[in-house]
Design a protein around this ligand. Structure first.
Ligand code: SAM
Length: 294
């Protein structure tokens, strides 16, 4: 059975809701844990052989950031299929500096990428065998419409891979503790948090068949690298400090700071293990396939 995805007409649903402030923290996690390599492997091992067989491969990384996940996916894919001349890699991001960075990172690995903004992405109609949407749905106001829009860009047999922190991730519990601290206003009041089950539901509703894998990284941050005072600053002095800010979505406004501080310190104390803080970073890789058998 190879059903065609339900076509939903959405003119241009993907728009900026806010700039992402924690990319440096995520980058620190990725560089030190090689989590992206495990995610890339989990993802490419679910791809059906037919997808890997054709001469041309087209991949889009929507919300590519630094492009390191895209690089890891291409490297993992190239172990299963040669990337032939004419294969296409499109990186899409709101931030032109990140687009430049991502295309340079891809170029250094031998992949020539087109840089697209959400606007230029919508001005072209290319279809892709694989679309990555990694840690980007959180920032999009109408998530179901964005998923429908990306699903429309799949080739027959193509896959949309949505990557998100799972509910079992320390980021989830620490962010909840910080949000629930008295007088902390959640960064986006009233917006529901994105859960794996929501993503699976969105994929199903556009005719894609979801399949979920979890990737769990145990990640250690040396205590000596964390500047506790800087945890409540918008521009902390070390990458490790920015990482903890990312893990907790720590607010910087004065009235929220003292309230958040005790929640953060409690969460850190619970994860102190010798001279490091240990975090369990659980990521879900939810692939939606146009093909039930994939
Ligand atoms: C958390 S980063 C994830 C980066 C990368 N996908 C990864 O997993 O490492 C989120 C990225 O999405 C981009 N972004 C946010 N909203 C977007 C939108 N509406 N359209 C395209 N990109 C967006 C941000 O600029 C940022 O680079």
């Amino acid at each position: 059975m190879n059903p065609t995805p339900r076509q939903v007409s959405v003119p241009n649903p993907i728009e900026a809701t806010k700039q992402y402030p924690y990319t440096r923290g995520l980058d620190y996690l990725r560089r030190r844990s090689r989590e992206h390599v495990a995610i890339a492997d989990a993802l490419t091992h679910t791809l059906p052989p037919e997808m890997l067989a054709g001469p041309i491969f087209a991949l889009c990384d929507y919300g590519a950031g630094f492009g390191d996940l895209c690089v890891a996916v291409l490297q993992s894919l190239s172990r299963r299929r040669p990337m032939q001349a004419g294969s296409i890699v499109d990186v899409v991001d709101l931030d032109p500096r990140l687009l430049a960075y991502a295309s340079e990172a891809l170029g250094a690995c031998g992949y020539s990428a087109r840089k697209l903004t959400p606007k230029t992405f919508h001005q072209q109609s290319r279809r892709y065998q694989l679309i990555l949407a990694s840690h980007v749905l959180y920032y999009i106001s109408d998530r179901p419409a964005a998923v429908a829009d990306l699903a429309q860009r799949l080739t027959r047999g193509g896959q949309l891979a949505v990557i998100l922190r799972s509910d079992a991730c320390d980021t989830y519990s620490i962010r909840s503790a910080v949000r629930n601290a008295p007088s902390v206003v959640p960064p986006e009041p009233g917006r529901p948090r994105l859960r794996v089950a929501d993503v699976e539901g969105m994929l199903r509703s556009v005719g894609l068949y979801p399949r979920t894998e979890q990737v769990i990284a145990t990640f250690r941050v040396p205590v000596s690298d964390v500047r506790h005072r800087d945890l409540y600053s918008a521009d902390p002095s070390t990458d490790a400090t920015e990482f903890i800010r990312f893990v907790g979505h720590i607010p910087t406004t004065t009235n929220a700071r003292s309230s958040a501080a005790s929640a953060v310190e409690q969460e850190l104390a619970a994860r102190l293990d010798g001279d490091s803080y240990t975090f369990r970073i659980a990521t879900a890789v939810v692939t939606g396939s146009t093909d039930v058998a994939a």
